[in-house]
Write a protein that binds this ligand. Structure first.
Ligand code: ASP
Length: 340
């Protein structure tokens, strides 16, 4: 019988009324009709041995790095013991949890992250269907070796590509520029695509005490926050305009920062890759890269921040500064060009 361990962390899927942190893990599973309950499991795949870990009960905006590194450690132990994993949490930070697990957990077992957009007490609550689909994926041998997956609305997304793209739609998760890897049809996963490369090149760690800032540029930004970054942080991701552009007056301060810490250039647009040599002149992507910034490629800013943090935690940082070639190669590995 296939074994799946379910980690419940809180979120809308476990909400009672407006409070996103109340139900226990047992209530979440039993209430959704997919627990190993005496009444049976109408929406769940049959023949599943489901184990529950009531891990946290918080809105996903309140998950800390300590929570997530503890989760990654428990998930790693669980998959090593031969179980598939489903992580159930709020959707607000779901793509970040999924990507971080993708960076930290090595396994051929499916690791699936899911949640719900509608509370259990609302008409059309999507929690039961999402959990049933996630269990089906986590138990299916055909879903092994795909990296961490995000399953909602019957779609199967790679953690690397998945984005929450709408505040309320049950179809909020999309994979801009890539598309879902597959779908759950009649309760069974169908995988149509596989990522070209695994998410990471080598084992990574995550030190919650490091600080990587994420700065989203907006028109008229005078760059005051860069002074704080210089004083207090170990790295920076800039969510820049368009394909990687900044105001001309921020080029010198950003270039100065690169002498102290890695500065990654991402796009604030929400889809598409940063460019490297299309625009020229002060503040263009080619100018910023020439001045020492590192391209995020297609990785959105929040995920670029997690990758940079994991790299800095894993030896890309030292007394002599930071390992620019290694960080550049790790981002290039995910840019689809087949380099690195
Ligand atoms: N606020 C909720 C959370 O992320 C939203 C959700 O679960 O969809 O915890």
């Amino acid at each position: 019988m296939a074994r799946v361990t379910v980690f419940t962390l809180g979120g809308t899927i476990s909400a009672r009324g407006g409070d996103a942190a109340r139900m226990t893990g047992t209530e979440v599973l039993a209430g959704l009709g997919v627990a190993p309950a005496p009444t049976g499991a109408p929406a769940a795949p049959s023949g599943l041995d489901v184990e529950l870990r009531d891990f946290r009960r918080v809105p996903s905006s309140s998950l800390s790095f300590e929570d997530l590194t503890a989760l990654a450690a428990e998930v790693t132990e669980t998959v090593a013991a031969g179980s598939g994993v489903v992580v159930v949490q709020g959707t607000d930070t779901l793509e970040e949890t999924a990507f971080l697990l993708d960076l930290l957990c090595t396994t051929e077992q499916p690791i699936v992250v899911t949640g719900a957009m509608r509370r259990p007490d609302l008409p059309g609550a999507d929690g039961p269907a999402n959990l049933a689909a996630a269990l089906a994926v986590a138990a299916d041998p055909g879903c092994r070796n795909l990296g961490v997956l995000v399953v909602l609305a019957d779609e199967i997304h790679a953690a690397r590509f998945a984005r929450k793209s709408h505040t309320t739609s049950v179809a909020t998760f999309t994979s801009p520029g890539a598309g879902p890897l597959g779908a759950v049809v009649e309760g069974r996963p169908r995988i149509l695509l596989r990522p070209a490369v695994p998410t990471r090149l080598c084992p990574l760690h995550f030190d919650p005490s490091l600080r990587v800032a994420l700065l989203t540029l907006s028109v008229g930004d005078r760059g005051e926050l860069l002074e704080t970054v210089a004083e207090r942080y170990d790295g920076l991701v800039v969510a820049a305009f368009g394909a990687g552009h900044a105001p001309a007056w921020l080029v010198d301060p950003l270039a100065a920062l690169t002498t102290r810490m890695p500065v990654v250039l991402a796009s604030r647009t929400g889809a598409g890759a940063t460019l490297s040599h299309t625009y020229r002149g002060p503040g263009s992507e080619s100018d910023l890269l020439h001045r020492g910034l590192i391209p995020a490629g297609p990785l959105p800013p929040a995920k670029a921040r997690l990758l940079l943090h994991a790299l800095l935690s894993s030896g890309a940082r030292g007394p002599a500064g930071y390992d620019r070639p290694r960080i550049t190669a790790a981002f290039a590995h995910l840019d689809g060009t087949g380099r690195a």
